[in-house]
Design a binder for this molecule. Structure first.
Ligand code: SF4
Length: 330
């Protein structure tokens, strides 16, 4: 049995000071960390309980920005009537994640920090060859069962997907991650997550001694007409085979695209913004045919590893369907 220290932090300053120690993890909802500790994937020596830090569970919706505290529960944000009215995609991406029990426990900050569901990563007893867990050891998924693995953003060192839903919405709408540490930092969420390259063990920009304290989403018009479509093997408590977070703002004619936001999940090593598809739609009057044509670019550069080839066919369909929903095209 492995032992670890446990400390309940009273404020952000003390939590950050404790977290600067090597082999320390924050404990919030615990819905990822405790799992991974039981699986012997995470082996922290110190746990800093941040569940009772004051002032980090707020939700604010103003005309300029939406701010969500890092300790707000997923279920609370998903059910917030201001969020539902102003930004349906944020609520929908939370409702479609995990299970009711997990959403009641899991925090927004912890949700951003969830780790991949790669079966080889999560089974160190059976598979030593995982570059993410054990740098330089190889990748069992490349020649293994890789149906649930990524087709975008991969490298020859790792093809694990980023598994979350909420961050896909945040990437589509240019959210900023608010970080406290020795300095306060604001990191665009598209830069917060790292591509695997040759260092898949490095997944994000958060450094030891730093803490996510919140997120900000610019309150743009396209949020109002937004949607999260998640396609999966069963209707609940399942990760995405492919998902799309989309939003559209039309010109006064109600058909010409003034602004459009698109990101996909379940198919890439990080939440994946589709700027080329967005650019193909801006200024155009949309119909089903042109949406399907534009959505084909969703998988530009995609690479199959074998079992996951179906995602290359599926992803443009998910993107087109999500856009048709927000565009009121049957
Ligand atoms: Fe490890 Fe990544 Fe390979 Fe999975 S895909 S076994 S996480 S290196």
């Amino acid at each position: 049995m492995r032992t670890f220290d446990y400390l309940r932090a009273e404020n952000v300053t003390s939590a950050i000071a404790e977290a600067a120690k090597p082999e320390t993890r924050y404990l919030a909802g615990g819905t990822t960390l405790v799992d991974l500790m039981k699986l012997n994937v995470e082996r922290p020596e110190h746990l800093v309980d941040i569940t009772r830090l004051p002032g980090l569970d707020t939700i604010e919706v103003s005309t300029d920005v939406i701010r969500i505290g890092a300790l707000a529960k997923m279920s609370k944000v998903a059910a917030d009537t201001d969020i539902i009215g102003a930004a349906p995609v944020l609520s929908e991406s939370l409702w479609r994640a995990a299970s009711a029990q997990l959403r009641n426990m899991a925090s927004i900050g912890g949700n951003l920090m969830q780790r991949t569901r790669c079966i080889y990563f999560r089974d160190p007893g059976a598979y030593s060859n995982c570059n993410k867990r054990n740098p330089g050891s190889g990748c069992a998924a490349l020649e293994g069962v890789n149906r649930n693995h990524a087709v975008l953003g991969t490298s020859d060192a790792c093809i694990a997907i980023y598994p979350g839903d909420f961050a896909v919405s945040l990437v589509a709408f240019d959210a900023t991650v608010l970080i406290s540490g020795s300095i306060e930092r604001r990191v665009p969420i598209d830069e917060f997550y790292l591509l695997p390259g040759q260092t898949p063990n490095l997944e994000h920009q958060l450094a030891p001694g730093e803490m996510i304290v919140g997120i900000e989403i610019p309150h743009v018009a396209a949020l109002k007409r937004s949607h999260y479509l998640k396609v999966r093997d069963r209707a609940s408590y399942e990760f995405a085979a492919a998902s799309a977070a989309v939003g559209i703002e039309f010109e006064a004619d109600g058909r010409t695209v003034r602004d459009v936001r698109i990101a996909v999940g379940g198919v890439a090593t990080k939440p994946w913004r589709l700027r080329a598809v967005e650019d193909a739609l801006k200024g155009k009057s949309i119909d089903e045919a042109m949406l399907r044509t534009a959505a084909a670019a969703a998988v530009d550069g995609a690479k199959s590893s074998g079992h996951n080839a179906f995602k290359i066919e599926l992803t443009p369909k998910v993107v087109a369907r999500a856009l048709m929903t927000v565009g009121d095209i049957a």
